[in-house]
Design a binder for this molecule. Structure first.
Ligand code: HEC
Length: 115
């Protein structure tokens, strides 16, 4: 569905609900939507810590996939993490500033490096 179709579909849905409301007349109750707060475990949402590396990883590594993409990998060595971060930048076009590449690789090596 493209945007124009989405807008058309939304228009139809709105028209349908307006028709429903008028059919139901004065007894019609407006639907009440409620926001619910969903609390996900901290550890699965962001990279842990507040070091420069954690901040950089949180800024540049979560726009395309979750933190799990990194945390569920085997413990690689520093060199392998450097290759991986560069792959994200060069192959997948992650907008990581050049000077942040090593910062992020160091950080991830710290949490997912060879023990
Ligand atoms: C521009 C989007 C994008 C950004 C930003 C990004 N990645 Fe990825 N990443 C991908 C894609 C696409 C895949 C491959 C997904 C698949 O194969 O299903 C991937 C996969 C991975 C994998 C799995 C192994 C692999 O190579 O496929 C790891 C680990 C990973 N990314 C780490 C990172 C880290 C660390 C960062 C931050 C430095 C990062 N990603 C930022 C797009 C991105």
């Amino acid at each position: 569905m493209n945007n124009a179709q989405r807008i058309a579909a939304l228009g139809l849905a709105l028209a349908a609900s307006a028709t429903m409301a008028s059919l139901l007349g004065s007894t019609a109750q407006a639907a009440t939507l409620k926001s619910t707060s969903v609390k996900l475990p901290e550890s699965t949402r962001v990279f842990p810590g507040d070091s420069a590396g954690a901040k950089a990883a949180n800024s540049y590594c979560l726009m395309c996939h979750s933190v799990g993409m990194v945390m569920n990998q085997p413990d690689l060595g520093h060199a392998a993490w450097l290759v991986e971060v560069n792959k994200m930048k060069k192959v997948f076009k992650a907008p990581i500033p050049e000077e942040q590449v090593a910062v992020i690789a160091d950080y991830i090596d710290g949490i997912k490096g060879k023990k």
